[in-house]
Structures are given as C-alpha cells and as structure tokens.
Design a protein around this ligand. Structure first.
Ligand SMILES: [Zn+2]
Ligand SMILES: [Zn+2]
Length: 341
C-alpha cells in the first residue's frame, strides 16, 4: 500500500516549504498517524535552516497499525515527541533512560522525511503514546516535548518538600511552574521583568522576582534559599554565579535552556557546597506516559496560541517564537483550515 501526505520542511534561508511525503510500505512495528496538531518547540527554530521536515510535538489519530503492534488500535488518539526509536538492549534502555540510548532515533538526526509539521506520520509504536481522554489534542501537543522536558528531571531530582526556583516564565517555565506546584513543591519564579508576575502566580508560583538590571542576586532578597533551581530562560548565556547566591548547600541545578555557548560554572562553590548540576532530556518511555497521565490527573495544561498548519501559519508562529511573543506555546492545527488534506 502507498502512503502519501503533506510535510513542511525547513530550508537554508529559513523559508518553510510545503512538500509531499511518500512511503510504500509499513513495517510490522509501525503505526500510521493522521496528524491533527503539532506544538512548536525552541528546537524547531534551530532546525528551520536545515533541509528536514520539522516538528516533534505531534498529535493525531491512528489510521493503521502494523501486524506486530501490541498496544495501539485504529482510532486511538496518540502523540510523539523528540525520540522516535531506541534499541531496548543497552544499559540506558534497560534502566528506563531510553532517550539516552547511543543509537536512539531522534528529531533532527533520523526520520528526516517526516515530522509533526505535516498531515501524516509513520512511527514505531514503541515511542507513540496514547493521549488520555481528559486532555484535548491541542493541549496534549506541547506536553510531548516541553511538558516531558520539565517533568522528567522533577521526578528524578525533586522532592515534594523542595523549595524550587524556576528561571524563565516562558514555553518551558510556565509548564515547570505548574508541574512543580502540583508535585507539592514551594515554587519561586524568576523572570527578567514584572510582565509575567500575575501569570506565574496564577499558575502556582508562591513568589516572583524580576531580575532585569539586578547585578547581584543577593539584593533580590529572596525569602529563603532554594533546594533546586530549574533554568528555563531563553537567554543564550548561562552564568551560574548569580544563581548560586540563591541556593542551599547540596542544591541541584537543572539547566534546560538549549544554548550553543558553554555554561559558566563557578568551580570552588560547586565543590565546597556539594552543588549538583544535572543535565537532562525527557529520559524514557515511562516518563512520557507519566507526563501525560500526571497532567490529566492534576489539570495541568499549557497556555497556547494556535496557528493554521500552512506555510504562512508556520512562518508566522516561528517569527513570533523567535521574538519571544508567544504566550506560552505555539500549536499548529489542521482544524483551523477550511479544507483538510
Ligand atoms: Zn522540543
Ligand atoms: Zn539502547
């Protein structure tokens, strides 16, 4: 059987191009998904100048399943994220950290001919997840990368008794505030200006501090020191010196901001205070399922802005994301178009 759909590719000059996607056969472990929605993530901005099909926060409906698929059925509402495939046999896979599998298939490196900016995706069932009934598809999409990105280190490194700082109230930060608050943590939000104070508090932060033009963070007069700090700012340059003034000894710092510059980490305070810096991406299959289930159960939803799944819609959303104008996650939708593909 032939499979044919629409895809949207990046290009060298950053222009989005609509093209067609063809496949001739379905492997026995694959499912065919008719895409209804896709979130747009910061990583898509990085790849819009590459000649690949974009998007890795996909949601849609299963249209066909391969003969060896075990859990998904035709008609299921499903989604997928950054990782597409893992070997299942290495130490990372066998300890539930499948996304660190050395030969994992990932966005930007594998399956370059299909992404969630499109109408059709064919994916291994292993990394496709059923969306809980209580979460609408448009809200599920940003949970599949952004949501799992913030929740995965929380499950691994945070306790409900922690006082947690979240730096940056944006695409990741507004989700991190909700997840940490619903875990029971004492959430403290940091943002460059006062603009997002009300949003941060209404999402679950108990304190808010604006850091713009503050040279020395001790002058912020933060009420109590922090057990952990999640860095989700859009700023490219990460210098931990000021953040360290906010921490308790033995605190954990979790940098989530994707930056191509080296982090500046003060050596002696890190060693003498036992500070842990934890690199992390959504670590495995289980956390993807747990992210969706926890969000449904605790009524965690991204705040979204919707755009049509067209070249113009994608260009518009990407430009706004680049300018920091999205409140707080962009979602592309076929349902905003009059004619479906
Ligand atoms: Zn992402
Ligand atoms: Zn592996």
């Amino acid at each position: 059987m032939d499979y044919e759909g629409i895809t949207f590719r990046g290009s060298r000059n950053g222009q989005i191009h609509k093209e067609r996607f063809f496949r001739q056969n379905l492997k026995s472990d694959e499912v065919v998904i008719q895409i209804t929605h896709s979130g747009i993530c910061g990583t898509d901005l990085h790849f819009m100048h590459a000649d690949i099909v974009l998007g890795h926060e996909g949601v849609g409906v299963v249209r066909e399943v391969g003969e060896s698929c075990k859990t998904l059925r035709v008609g299921d509402r499903v989604g997928w994220g950054y990782t597409y495939w893992s070997c299942g046999r290495c130490s990372a896979c066998l300890t539930g950290h499948e996304s660190y599998c050395p030969i994992a298939g990932k966005y930007g490196a594998h399956h370059l001919d299909q992404g969630s900016f499109g109408s059709l995706a064919i994916k291994p069932e292993q990394w496709v997840f059923r969306i809980p009934d209580g979460i609408e598809s448009k809200y599920a999409a940003p949970l599949l990368c952004g949501g799992a990105t913030v929740f995965s280190p929380m499950v691994e490194f945070l306790k409900p008794t922690d006082r947690v700082g979240i730096v940056g109230v944006g695409g990741l930060g507004h989700l991190a505030i909700q997840f940490a608050a619903k875990m029971g943590c004492d959430v403290v939000a940091f943002s460059s200006t006062e603009v997002k104070r009300e949003d941060a508090i209404s999402l679950g932060a108990r304190e808010f501090y604006a850091t713009n033009n503050v040279a020395d963070y001790t002058t912020l007069n933060v009420a109590k020191p922090l057990d952990s700090l999640i860095i989700a700012t859009g700023a490219e340059h990460l210098d931990f010196s000021n953040y360290y003034k906010l921490l308790k000894p033995v605190a954990t710092v979790i940098p989530l901001t994707i930056s191509f510059e080296p982090m500046v980490v003060p050596t002696i305070p890190t060693i003498t205070n036992g500070i842990k810096i934890a690199g992390t991406t959504p670590s495995g299959i289980l956390i993807m399922i747990q992210t969706l289930e926890f969000a449904e159960r605790n009524n965690i939803r991204p705040i979204i802005q919707e755009f049509p799944m067209t070249e113009d819609g994608i260009m518009d959303a990407m430009a706004r994301l680049k300018n920091g104008d999205i409140r707080y996650r962009a979602v592309l939708s076929w349902q905003l178009l009059e004619e479906l593909p």
